[in-house]
Design a protein around this ligand. Structure first.
Ligand code: PXP
Length: 252
């Protein structure tokens, strides 16, 4: 009997609703309203990144998301003392630890779990101890996956940014190499007993492709969905994304 393919969850990242709100400094558009709409349209969870510089999501957005959304909240954050304090006080369903540089436009690479093992260890431990599911946002290199497993993180989120960039700019050889890395990484992570998520730069086509990897159980997608919502509306965009993921999953 073949093993059944697990359901693929869609986490909608609403950071860039807050980016638009903050452009005018007021309350509109409200990321919590967007999160509720995404939930009503069929997503499985909401993701929000509380950056140290608060450039999009702010502390009270995280508190309101936790209080008002009836789907799991995945809080992305740097492994700092301040963020750990906020996460433990808020108790989101999950925390995804990400690297953060103030000068970057977005999370440009994965965490270096090999180099920063000593700093990550107490943060992973404290979050797990608080009953929060921890994931590490890493590249799919075997050394990173091994380090995540050694750190005791139950989940890894594989950074799909380089693969998506190569696809977008039609660098086929690079896209193939990145895809092979992701595929092998997903298999290796699962062999260590890690739950495998993926995200960064995904659109309908790349989400459909990666949905065919049966090891991957969650995709976290933000920028494309919020951008596309300008044309199609957020609910329709979430439904189209769900359909693309279901098509891909059908080939798993
Ligand atoms: N996953 C993680 C860990 C991220 O940091 C981000 C970007 O905030 C995403 C997923 C979503 O990436 P994108 O906005 O490109 O879809």
């Amino acid at each position: 009997m073949p093993t059944p393919v697990p359901r693929l969850r869609l986490g909608v990242n609403i950071d860039h609703v807050a980016t638009i709100r903050n452009a005018r400094g007021g309350r509109h558009p409200d990321p919590v309203r967007a999160a509720k709409l995404a939930v009503a349209a069929g997503c499985d969870g909401i993701t929000a990144h509380l950056r140290e510089d608060r450039r999009h999501i702010r502390d009270d957005d995280i508190a309101r998301l936790k209080a008002e959304i009836d789907k799991p909240l995945n809080m992305e954050m740097a492994a700092t003392e301040e963020m750990l304090r906020i996460a433990i006080a808020t108790r989101p369903h999950a925390v995804c630890l990400v690297p953060e540089k103030r000068t970057e436009r977005t999370t440009e690479g994965g965490l270096d779990a090999v180099k920063h093992k000593a700093e990550l260890k107490p943060v992973v431990y404290a979050l797990k101890h608080a009953g929060i599911r921890v994931s590490l946002f890493i590249g799919a290199q075997p050394a990173q996956i091994e380090a995540a497993a050694e750190l005791g993180a139950p989940v890894v989120e594989l950074h799909t940014g380089s693969w998506c960039d190569a696809l977008m700019t039609e660098r086929a050889a690079e896209a193939n190499a990145e895809w092979e890395l992701l595929h092998a990484g997903a298999v290796l992570a699962q062999s260590f007993g890690l739950e495998v998520h993926a995200g960064h730069g995904l659109d309908y086509a790349s989400a459909e492709t990666i949905a065919a990897l049966p090891q991957v159980v969650e995709l976290n997608i933000g920028h494309f969905l919020i951008g596309e919502a300008v044309f199609e509306g957020l609910a329709e965009t979430v439904r189209f994304m769900r359909a693309a993921m279901d098509r891909g999953r059908g080939r798993a």
